[in-house]
Ligand binder design. Structure first.
Ligand SMILES: *[C@@H]1O[C@H](CO)[C@@H](O)[C@H](O)[C@H]1NC(C)=O
Ligand SMILES: *[C@@H]1O[C@H](CO)[C@@H](O)[C@H](O)[C@H]1NC(C)=O
Ligand SMILES: *[C@@H]1O[C@H](CO)[C@@H](O)[C@H](O)[C@H]1NC(C)=O
Ligand SMILES: *[C@@H]1O[C@H](CO)[C@@H](O)[C@H](O)[C@H]1NC(C)=O
Ligand SMILES: *[C@@H]1O[C@H](CO)[C@@H](O)[C@H](O)[C@H]1NC(C)=O
Length: 252
């Protein structure tokens, strides 16, 4: 009974909101079983044909900086370490922090701050991932808030008379038709169909070459349970997703 309710709610939500993907938790290197996905995620494809996280301590400065999703570089100690979060990096200036990892900047004290935490920054140091309304530094929640100059600096917005969100239908070629950003941590996967880019209604439309890229690296191509030849496009955080559905159901 409860399962039916969950399915009905999910279908209703899909109809109302479309199918969106939360990119907050992307696939981990260890979850990936295709070499193509492993290399897109900038992980280490081993001689045993498995995908592993990189051991950052082995990297020189150049390799370290080209693996900034996973590693941070300290120019003082000339060492590369595993990147956990900006908070765990020591720094005393915006340059000092961003040189260690480009997703970090600095607000005060001895440690760095993520450029995603817009509200922590002053207008003067507002990172380009955020926008300043002149009074304070904010995260972009709606493209319509932005003027042309700032609109054009935002990946999720595009200028077209007004500042509006980039939609799948805005993409004019199969190569650019990947996904559109719905909010900071949520995307709408797109599908190239009959010469147009449209919203993908579920992961079932994807194959081994589109599953990972069209979901912002949040789904991966993997074997079905109890099968040795049937593959499908699977969420890397099904667990969180299930929990959020259960919470929604409990509160109805
Ligand atoms: C990649 O994995 C191999 C094991 O197959 C290991 O020898 C190598 O050190 C790893 N490289 C990095 C950068 O982690
Ligand atoms: C990473 O590489 C260093 C240097 O080669 C090695 O000492 C260390 O054990 C490796 N760490 C892991 C987790 O493989
Ligand atoms: C940060 O800046 C301080 C002072 O300029 C300097 O001593 C330190 O080496 C810098 N650290 C890094 C990681 O760049
Ligand atoms: C857009 O807003 C920014 C910050 O409020 C301001 O500095 C800039 O001059 C504005 N640009 C235009 C074209 O209005
Ligand atoms: C996956 O689908 C796309 C079109 O949606 C197609 O161009 C591509 O060849 C397919 N790839 C595989 C491996 O089937």
């Amino acid at each position: 009974m409860k399962e039916k309710i969950v399915i009905i709610i999910f279908i209703l939500m899909s109809i109302i909101f479309g199918w969106t993907v939360d990119t907050y938790q992307q696939c981990q290197c260890e979850e990936l079983s295709l070499q193509s996905e492993c290399s897109l995620a900038n992980c280490n494809w081993t001689t045993l044909n498995t995908c592993q996280s990189n051991n950052c301590t082995q990297f020189d400065q150049f390799s370290c900086q080209s693996h900034s999703q996973q590693c941070a570089y300290n120019s003082k100690t000339k060492s590369c370490t595993t990147f956990e979060s900006c908070k765990t990096l020591k720094g005393t200036s915006p340059q000092n922090c961003s040189s260690q990892n480009p997703s970090c900047s600095w607000v005060s004290g001895n440690s760095c701050t993520s450029t995603q935490d817009c509200y922590k920054f002053s207008v003067k140091n507002c990172p380009t991932t955020c926008y300043s309304n002149g009074m304070q530094c904010e995260s972009v929640t709606q493209c319509s808030q932005l003027n042309q100059t700032i609109c054009n600096t935002q990946d999720l917005c595009t200028w077209n008379v007004y500042c509006e969100p980039v939609q799948c239908s805005s993409y004019q070629s199969a190569d650019s038709c990947l996904f559109s950003q719905v909010s900071g941590s949520s995307i709408q996967p797109c599908l190239w169909k009959s010469g147009a880019c449209v919203n993908a209604l579920s992961e079932e439309v994807f194959n081994s070459s589109t599953c990972f890229t069209h979901t912002g690296q949040s789904y991966h191509w993997t074997l079905k349970e109890h099968s040795d030849s049937a593959y499908f496009c699977k969420s890397c955080h099904q667990f969180l997703f299930t929990i959020s559905i259960v919470i929604i159901v409990l509160f109805l």
